[in-house]
Design a binder for this molecule. Structure first.
Ligand SMILES: O=C(O)C1=C[C@@H](OP(=O)(O)O)[C@@H](O)[C@H](O)C1
Ligand SMILES: C=C(OP(=O)(O)O)C(=O)O
Length: 438
């Protein structure tokens, strides 16, 4: 609920191809899941290489408000000590989809009243499907007249669970949020999605992988149906991968400048959609490869993920529904490409940090691109781009998109770079360091 002063920032232009090896902080999505699963587990957990950013710090604070021990004192590892969850508690979700969708089901397992609210725009983000699913599972929950924040969950310490139907076409996080707490529901959960396709399938797979890693029994063999058996989640050590979505602008810098960016510390067997990112960057004209730093077959092996620009940046036609959070950066690349692009399948990103389709159409349009807005995406015709002040709408990924444009177009002013603190507070410094290596 804190609104910081805007921090204007001039995006640094690249003077040539960038050439850099960067280590990025941990994945927001993995850190969020590790925190929630660890809070619901039967013993302490350690989260190695967590992301320390607004979304994950607020998640930790939300769990603490429920009575969970979350020691975030060290940058290397956070320690979660579960215990009985209780209200009354007030949880600030900031602008984080992960918190507003993952913590109400957990809050329902607390004994007492748990209130949720967040930034002004957080009240516009969709929540109704998860609220209604929770009600159908026996949870007493009050929402605003639009079905969203502010929410009050009247926890009794127990959630009966059982069967629920949900339309999760607005966000995969509705499903993830319910599944993460489901092992602790008395009857577990069978959740059936009914409606247009659920976006962000890789995030659902991350949820089920991580639940199984903590001992949950999860069946996802039937499309659009997830079954979680009731049972204990076990404390464990989580090792958080670097954040793939946070990496996208850095890779984009390689593609735009014809340079090379290697991000280190990637596991050979990632839980994030590296292949989909590689396909998209390859279609754009870049080369993507993984260099293992240890013996093949070593499951813990990490390596470098490299994107190399080839001097060619092609327009693409792509369904981005699996990696919708990459849309702003890919749209920026499309505006700098040699031909038109059509990015579709992302209607739901109108419910992200801002209406990203409208925001991209406006801001890329201001920079000179010819942009057509569709209900589910954008057509972008590259034109000679010009300096502008790029509004960021409190949206970290709009800031990333502006920074990418600014590599090639001197004079791109971001209205506020402070919004990058949501997932990567070090963004301005890391970006300046990268551009200095051009
Ligand atoms: O579960 C998660 O960690 C996320 C799921 C996706 O949400 P949507 O399905 O709403 O796109 C993604 O865009 C978001 O950044 C993180
Ligand atoms: C959509 C995003 O975030 P959230 O987890 O708040 O939905 C995002 O990070 O691009």
């Amino acid at each position: 609920m804190v609104t910081a002063e805007p921090r204007p920032w001039l995006a640094p232009p690249a003077s040539g191809p960038v050439s850099a090896t960067v280590r990025l902080p941990g994945s927001k999505s993995m850190t969020a899941r590790a925190l929630v699963i660890s809070a619901l587990a039967d013993g302490p957990s350690v989260i190695e290489a967590p992301l320390r950013a607004r979304d994950t710090v607020l998640m930790a604070a939300g769990l603490r408000a429920l009575g969970i021990g979350v020691d975030t004192g060290s940058d290397e590892r956070w320690i979660v000590t579960p215990g009985p969850m209780r209200g009354p508690a007030r949880i600030d979700v900031g602008l984080a989809g992960t918190i507003m969708r993952f913590l109400p089901p957990a809050g329902a397992l607390a004994d007492g009243t748990v209130e949720f609210d967040g930034d002004p725009h957080a009240r516009n983000r969709p929540l109704r499907p998860i609220v209604e699913a929770l009600r159908s599972l026996g949870v007493a929950i009050e929402a605003s007249p639009t079905g969203g924040l502010p929410l009050t969950v009247r926890g009794t310490g127990l959630v009966e669970g059982g069967e629920a139907i949900i339309d999760a076409s607005g966000s995969s996080q509705f499903v993830s949020g319910l599944l993460l707490s489901a092992p602790r529901f008395s009857k577990g959960l069978t959740l059936r999605h009914e409606g247009p396709p659920v976006p962000s399938a890789p995030h659902l797979r991350m949820t089920t992988h991580m639940l199984r890693a903590a001992g949950a029994v999860v069946d996802e063999s039937v499309p659009d149906v997830w079954t979680v058996e009731p049972g204990a989640l076990h404390g464990r050590t989580w090792t958080i991968e670097p954040d793939l979505s946070g990496a996208a602008p850095f890779f984009a810098a390689a593609a735009v400048t014809g340079g090379s960016v290697t991000l280190t510390g990637w596991p050979a067997d990632s839980w994030q959609p590296v292949e989909r990112l590689a396909e998209i960057f390859t279609a754009l004209g870049a080369e993507v490869y993984f260099t293992q730093e240890a013996e093949p077959g070593d499951e813990a092996a990490v390596g470098g993920l490299t994107v190399r620009g080839t001097g060619t940046l092609r327009g693409i036609t792509a369904d981005l529904s699996e990696v919708s959070e990459l849309t702003p950066v890919i749209a920026a690349l499309a505006a700098l490409a040699e031909g038109p692009s059509e990015l579709r399948g992302v209607a739901h990103i109108r419910g992200h940090e801002t209406d990203r389709i409208a925001a991209l159409a406006t801001e890329l349009g201001k920079a000179g691109a010819e942009v057509t807005e569709f209900p589910d995406g954008l057509r972008i015709e590259p034109r000679a781009l010009k300096p502008t002040t790029f509004e960021t709408y409190a949206d970290h990924r709009m800031a990333h998109a502006a920074a990418v444009i600014g590599l090639a177009v001197p004079g791109i002013n971001l209205a506020d770079v402070g919004c990058t603190s949501k997932t990567l507070p070090e963004f301005p410094e890391l970006w300046a360091g990268l551009v200095a290596r051009s």
